[in-house]
Design a protein around this ligand. Sequence first.
Ligand code: NDP
Length: 313
Amino acid sequence: MIQETQCLIIGSGPAGYTAAIYAARADMKPLMYEGLQPGGQLTTTNEVENFPGYPQGISGPEMMVQLRDQALRFETEVRSGFITKVDFSGGIHKCWADDGTEIHAKTVIIATGASAKYLGLESEQKYLQTGGGVSACAVCDGFFYRGQETVIVGAGDSACEEAHYLSKLCTKVTMLVRKDEFRASKIMAERVKNTPNIEILFNTETDEVLGDGQLVTGVRVKNALTGELKEIPCTGFFVAIGHKPNTDIFKDFIHLDETGYIKYEQLGTSKTNVSGVFVAGDAADKTYRQAITAAGTGCMAALDAERYLASQH
Ligand code: NDP
């Protein structure tokens, strides 16, 4: 079955839904495929307190339901399912969905986001699911650990930035670095080293996230050189070992940087190297990665798509 649309939106985080709201209100009748994780990364966040307009905060999943309702109100067609393949070699952009539909879209907005990498420990995943103290975003969740002790794993710029952010809120931050050196830029690593309430443990791996079944109470770590195990008490365990942008299916057509993020063709716009294909949110953002910035670029992508369609007439 071939379906034609003026605007296909791939992905349903804040970027995708904001793009949908703008595109639908511009009468573009957008079609959205929600993707593998409907609602995106925010559905794994407990409380969102930094999205303007929610003075009391809102849970991540609830916020995504509201964004979805808002997109539906303006006649976005939202489908569960995901896009498996694209062909952006012609004027009409062809995409194939897992339900067998072939979509011919005049414009495409890529809002597939990025996925935080996790260690993969069972205990880590358990407390991530319960919302009991595992997080991959210090800026989102650090506030909940004010005046408490936290542990963060990672040694890149993100880990350093997040450790420093946490150090302003928490009494103590323990940073677990698996090698004997940082990967982060010198300036970021130095800043962490010079922060009195950050303790850095080199050659240290996470062995287990400890807890009482509901909440995290500590982390058991292992010295990679000696094999020695020890427990560090904490209430929050932050994972900052990188993100993976969900851009694999686009790589034959869309210019990506060396880490897989989509490159903007023209800074200050949402344009990719393919005319009529735009990008919004974390699929092109390794710096800010916030719901509000994703929503902002979703708006830009819909406006750029609308202007592109107008220019084709
Ligand atoms: P990176 O890929 O740069 O770093 C990931 C870190 O996680 C590495 O230190 C790696 O260790 C560690 N790691 C990976 N897997 C594990 C594991 N299983 N256990 C323990 N540690 C692990 O990711 P970032 O998110 O930090 O940065 C991504 C990009 O974004 C970089 O280009 C960075 O410069 C940029 N960035 C820039 C910022 C800025 O300029 N303000 C802020 C944030 C990011 P190892 O070193 O041993 O491989």
